[in-house]
Design a protein around this ligand. Structure first.
Ligand code: ASP
Length: 368
């Protein structure tokens, strides 16, 4: 009975429009014929976007320099038949790219697809397979824009699918198991790699090569996997001060350009003006230490704010900590957000039309 309803939902999924210039989300894998729908298992939708988890190399010992985003979601599912023991998985090939190619328009589009999916009573959770390089950006975006208590789980791999001891299959199985778990509800978007569960709000990629790269050094993990089963350290809770943004009706090109400038000795103040001249509506400064910027760099920033009203958020290039507060009108401190997450937050806030006061409250909130 539930099977036929689910089949209808699958057909509805095929009709989801994807109107701009990147590959449309298509249904490329579904309940395969030899694996009948199991009415006692949750339905989990897997949006595949590419990355190393779908990567292919020329030999089993090649773990860098391979092609990311080479294998389709149907092959990812076929490689892990255990998925069918814990769920009715449904694969959607949303894109197949290295994650440096993920654009703001794709993020808006992905949220809209996921929201539709989770709003359906026939979907109990979503998994997004993704390149690890910008996984934290997409995860953060989804955490701020998908309005559901159902789980959204980001997953990737550090070794391509062709590598000896590839980590993709176990990561995918754990991610789907997590998305299918009632204990995962109400925790926001999560990140799964290397047997660990992190909050997408805080987790960052900390190492370019190692399997244990995803961390939130200060905030810690939410939990881990034992025999593929998720174990949480805490009851569900959400990050303090976490906002939500509604992009359900947004045009795909709605997000404004926000650029990140990196702080260092002898930085060129002209770069900030060049970014604004090139169309940036907001700037994030990856400042030194707790967000410091050079004297002449700060003078250039103040001029930009005065002349163009560009919003400027001071973050920090240090791995953790707070970048402090505003350095003057039109500027804000990023709180504890790193530059790449600050950039996403500023894009969403500018798209939502936040004014000076709202931006200040957003980035510099105080705990009651
Ligand atoms: N090296 C990346 C990864 O781990 C490639 C990418 O981000 O797409 O997936």
């Amino acid at each position: 009975m539930r099977c036929s309803v689910f089949t209808l939902a699958l057909q509805a999924g095929l009709a989801i429009a994807s109107p701009i210039d990147f590959p449309p989300a298509q249904l490329v894998a579904r309940q395969v014929v030899d694996r009948p729908f199991n009415a006692s298992l949750p339905n989990i939708t897997i949006f595949a976007t590419g990355g190393t988890i779908a990567g292919s190399a020329s030999s089993s010992d090649q773990t860098t320099g391979y092609q990311a985003g080479a294998l389709g979601v149907d092959l990812l599912l076929q490689a892990v038949p255990q998925l069918y023991n814990v769920s009715n998985p449904r694969g959607i090939q949303f894109a197949n790219v290295g994650s440096s190619e993920v654009t703001p328009a794709m993020l808006v589009n992905l949220t809209q697809h996921i929201q539709r999916e989770l709003d359906s009573p026939h979907c109990q959770g979503v998994v997004v397979t993704h390149g690890t390089d910008t996984l934290e950006e997409t995860g953060f975006f989804l955490d701020l824009t998908v309005n559901s208590t159902k789980p959204v789980v980001m997953v990737g791999a550090m070794r391509p699918a062709t590598a000896i001891s590839a980590d993709g299959p176990i990561n995918l199985l754990e991610a789907v198991t997590l998305a299918a778990s009632p204990a995962a509800a109400g925790r926001g978007a999560m990140v799964v790699l290397n047997d660990r569960i992190g909050s997408a709000y805080y987790t960052t990629k900390s190492n370019a090569n190692m399997l244990d790269t995803f961390r939130a050094a200060e905030q810690g993990y939410l939990g881990f996997f034992l025999n593929i089963k998720p174990f949480f350290y805490f009851q569900p809770s959400l990050p303090v001060g976490k906002p939500m943004f509604d992009v359900s009706g947004a045009a795909l090109d709605a997000l404004p350009q926000v650029d990140v400038l990196y702080g260092h000795q002898g930085l060129d103040p002209a770069l900030a003006k060049a970014a604004v001249a090139a169309g940036a509506k907001g700037l994030v400064l990856a400042g030194m230490g707790a967000g410091s910027w050079t004297k002449n760099g700060t003078a250039a920033i103040d001029e930009i704010v005065k002349e163009s009203g560009t919003a400027v958020v001071y973050s920090r290039r240090s791995m953790d900590g707070s970048a402090g507060r505003s350095r003057g009108k039109g500027t804000y401190g990023s709180g504890t957000l790193n530059p790449q997450k600050t950039r996403i937050m500023l894009q969403l806030a500018l798209e939502a039309g936040y004014d000076d006061e709202q931006l200040r409250a957003l980035f510099e909130f105080e705990e009651e």
